[in-house]
Write a protein of this length. Structure first.
Length: 215
């Protein structure tokens, strides 16, 4: 992780990209607990460096806190299991935001790709540096040209956390179909929500604060 600076960084994100702060804040809060189920020191350090305006967005609900941490644990376990079965593999983090899994988990000989839209990757580069085993790609996951940069000669795991629910079902299906066409050995791990949650997204205690409705 890049060195901290004394002057705080002002970040201007809107819409779906801005929702990365929900997850970042939750993991930082969890890490500070004495009985933390997830330790993400990167989230704590990143949050310290960002300048936030006074807003209701600066707090997260207990429900989101619990749900996100459970989701984090499950996805961590799925990734670790995949890497145990396929040590020399590829992991692609779709809609990565400021997720630090590429640093938190033991990747062994895995090649890791973090993919997100240009404005989000620009923010990510303020806190993370690329390495030979960890590359960042500044493209929408629906711009399939990113697939040209990912090796096809080894097993691949595609992960997406807290992302898919913000997009249309037809677009997600098309993305999955394209992955199956281009990659001979691929697994996909992602979270989803119910139709009820989509219809009632304005009742979500945290997402309702953002211009990012569930679809």
């Amino acid at each position: 992780m890049k060195q901290s600076v004394l002057q705080k960084i002002k970040i201007d994100l809107t819409g779906v990209p801005e929702t990365l702060f929900i997850t970042l804040r939750i993991r930082a809060i969890e890490t500070k607990r004495t009985d933390a189920a997830v330790k993400d020191l990167y989230a704590v350090e990143i949050l310290k460096q960002i300048e936030f305006n006074e807003s209701s967005k600066n707090k997260v609900s207990t429900a989101s806190q619990t749900g996100t941490i459970v989701r984090t644990i499950i996805l961590d376990e799925l990734i670790n299991d995949f890497l145990h079965r396929h040590p020399q593999s590829v992991v692609v983090n779709l809609g990565c935001g400021l997720d630090a899994r590429c640093k938190r988990l033991s990747l062994n000989d895995c090649q890791w790709f973090d993919i997100d839209v240009k404005e989000t990757i620009a923010v990510r580069r303020k806190f993370f540096e690329e390495t030979p085993s960890n590359k960042m790609i500044a493209k929408s996951m629906f711009d399939y040209s990113w697939m040209d940069e990912v090796p096809k000669d080894r097993p691949a795991l595609f992960i997406s956390e807290g992302v898919m629910m913000y997009f249309e079902e037809k677009d997600i299906k098309a993305l999955f179909c394209e992955i199956t066409k281009r990659f001979k050995s691929a697994e996909i791990a992602f979270d989803t929500i119910s139709q009820w949650a989509v219809k009632n997204h304005k009742r979500h205690p945290d997402v309702k604060k953002y211009n990012a409705p569930f679809k």
